[in-house]
Design a protein around this ligand. Structure first.
Ligand code: SF4
Length: 237
């Protein structure tokens, strides 16, 4: 998940959504098909844009550094000339969860998986979003059944008071990849190894032709909602 603060320019662009032309949406398209967010700062202090980002953060999925491919952060830094703030889970939350349920709790049940996602992703995200009015994600409707109703701009039920913006909501996977190649954008290296959706290492595998784009996420679960902790809302349970 990436996010950055947003100034007046961002607010103006947001005001044009849902008629937003994705091609004109500053840095958000620099990392399509990833969890990407631009967050509006109530203080209006920070800038955002292809050339004037001054704050961008990533919530890492900290289970396996190789899968996270931290080099991707450097590629983003180099490409856009921005700073990257890494947001991590609270050590106390993590210790308590692992002591109580074990390090591989996510394999035990969907509830345990959701707990892990909550501790490792959702709580850090909530901390990172505190003080902002809105955030932008890379969700697309054709990624999964849980995302087919994704609104371009809507209140975020998982984060009260925040607006969630999904400028790529109506983009197809092919359109995203065409844009990436056309503009030579940096992307996560695992996409070249057959991964079509990338989460934490123990919960992600590559997919094969014909499988759902998110079939490699929590692949051992049957008849469960395969939604990332970052976008989980209780009503989906
Ligand atoms: S994807 Fe897996 S390891 Fe990562 S936070 Fe969720 S359950 Fe935990």
């Amino acid at each position: 998940m990436y996010q950055s603060a947003c100034n007046k320019r961002c607010r103006q662009e947001r005001a044009s959504i849902p008629d937003l032309d994705p091609g004109g949406a500053h840095g958000v398209l620099g990392l399509p098909d990833r969890e990407f967010a631009i967050v509006e700062d109530r203080r209006g202090e920070h800038g955002v844009g292809a050339a004037d980002h001054d704050a961008i953060h990533q919530v890492l999925q900290p289970t396996d550094a190789s899968r996270c491919d931290h080099r991707h952060i450097d590629r983003v830094r180099d490409r856009y000339g921005i700073s990257v703030q890494v947001v991590s889970p609270e050590a106390d939350d993590l210790q308590e969860m692992v002591a109580t349920h074990g390090a591989n709790l996510f394999y035990k049940s969907a509830d345990m998986r959701r707990l892990c996602c909550d501790v490792r992703k959702s709580r850090p995200l909530a901390r990172a979003l505190a003080g902002y009015d809105a955030w932008i994600t890379g969700l697309r409707r054709d990624q999964a059944s849980t995302r087919k109703e994704t609104a371009t701009v809507a209140p975020d039920p998982a984060h009260e008071g925040l607006t969630k913006i999904a400028p790529l909501a109506n983009w197809s996977k092919d359109k995203v990849w065409a844009y990436i190649h056309e503009h030579d954008l940096p992307y996560h290296s695992l996409y070249d190894l057959g991964y079509t959706s990338i989460g934490c290492a123990p919960c992600t595998r590559a997919t094969v032709k014909g499988e759902d784009e998110r079939a490699g996420r929590w692949w051992w679960e049957v008849n469960e909602v395969k939604e990332c902790g970052l976008h989980w809302a209780a009503k989906q349970a």
